[in-house]
Design a protein around this ligand. Structure first.
Ligand code: DNO
Length: 368
């Protein structure tokens, strides 16, 4: 998957880029021109949640990406059906389907599956086109706005979640979650992992849970992957190297108590980080933030420290730049335009190259 640079004993960064399939205005032929991007992370978007991904569909995706000279080994995401998170009897069938999908992905040569266990809503923001001082637009989370939103009246704009819920579906789903507190959600996660991790082990696939974004409860729903102790509990639920983490700096980092680089060092040394999402955010108040460019000076996170932590642990997994702002007049999927994410990839690659070369220089100093 990832090549050792034998000459200086260094590590090649496996830089990837998220692609939303044929409907994505950011096409593969554009992505392949970003310096240093070696692979794509993607998914099959039109299979309903809970159904099996067939070999045929999986191989079509893989071959389409590889035909552009890009690697295709990471899936983001195979979504987990709500019945599994709710612990309903129907979860058996959905878990069996999930296991078949893992087996199929393994057979096709996929190494990593990113997924999440957030009830109902994936990542949540209150504004998708917040204007920054330089005229670009970014995603914004304001605690006050979200607290005043009501999922039942449609006063909601959430780019990351499945917009196919009707108001009625949403009402039923939210009612079902009345019976699921955090402990129950943990139990349901454990039940799921006890069944899928052995399959992932056999299939040679690493499961990488994405932290809750933002890492606190919204709309009264339980959220359980928010900080170090949650991640620690997660990896112990089923103690297998295939049970790991997507370390998302922007999700965890909006809570200043989460020291992102320290988390990378800690879980990286345990071999449980299987995928890195690298982005910066600017904390603007308690549980309030805006998304910034990747550059350290523009946000609250020290991206050099973060990349250094990956470098120190000898990280060999895939990494991707995460959300970007909309710049240079680009329009498209909020957070997932081409330009700012491409700048992010190049910036992260630049930091890595410096770390590699500085390491070499230090070695020389010692030996001269
Ligand atoms: C947001 C993404 C998430 C992520 C899922 C993984 O930009 O990082 O939507 O893909 O949570 O299941």
């Amino acid at each position: 998957m990832f090549l050792e640079n034998k000459e200086n004993g260094g590590i090649t960064l496996e830089m990837t880029f998220r692609w939303y399939g044929d409907s994505d205005p950011v096409t593969l032929d554009k992505i392949r021109q970003i310096p240093g991007v070696a692979g794509i992370v993607s998914a099959i978007y039109d299979v309903p949640v809970g159904e099996v991904w067939t070999m045929e569909r999986i191989l079509t995706l893989k071959h389409q990406v590889e035909a552009q000279g890009l690697k295709c080994e990471v899936i983001e995401s195979v979504p987990v059906h709500e019945d599994i998170k709710l612990g309903l009897a129907s979860r058996e069938e959905y878990i069996a389907n999930y296991c078949t999908t893992i087996r199929n992905l393994g057979k096709a040569g996929f190494t990593t599956i990113c997924y999440n266990f957030m009830p109902v809503f994936d990542w949540t923001r209150s504004k998708l086109d917040y204007k920054l001082a330089d005229g670009s637009t970014a995603l914004l989370y304001s605690r006050e706005t979200v607290e005043n939103m009501n999922p039942l009246t449609g006063e909601l704009s959430l780019p990351g979640w499945d917009a196919s819920y009707t108001k009625e579906d949403m009402k039923v789903l939210l009612e079902q979650y009345q019976n699921v507190n955090e402990e129950k959600l943990w139990e349901n996660l454990q039940y799921f992992l006890e069944r899928v991790i052995p399959v992932a082990e056999q299939a040679g696939v690493k499961m990488a849970i994405h932290p809750d974004d933002p890492p606190w409860s919204i709309f009264g729903l339980p959220r359980i992957i928010k900080n170090k102790s949650d991640l620690e509990r997660l990896i112990q639920l089923v103690d297998s190297p295939n049970n790991g983490i997507t370390l998302c700096s922007g999700s965890l980092g909006v809570n200043p108590e989460n020291q992102v680089a320290a988390l990378i060092r800690y879980f990286g040394k345990l071999g449980r980080i299987h995928f890195g999402h690298c982005r910066n955010i600017k904390i603007t108040g308690k549980n309030c933030f805006e998304e910034s460019s990747h550059r350290s000076d523009d946000g609250s996170l020290d991206m050099v420290d973060i990349m250094q932590a990956y470098h120190e642990i000898g990280f060999t997994g895939p990494i991707r730049p995460d959300h970007g702002r909309m710049i240079w007049g680009e329009t498209g999927k909020p957070g997932y335009g081409l330009y700012d994410r491409a700048l992010g990839a190049v910036y992260l690659n630049g930091i890595w190259e410096t770390l590699e070369k500085t390491k070499g220089a230090m070695k020389n100093e010692v030996t001269v």
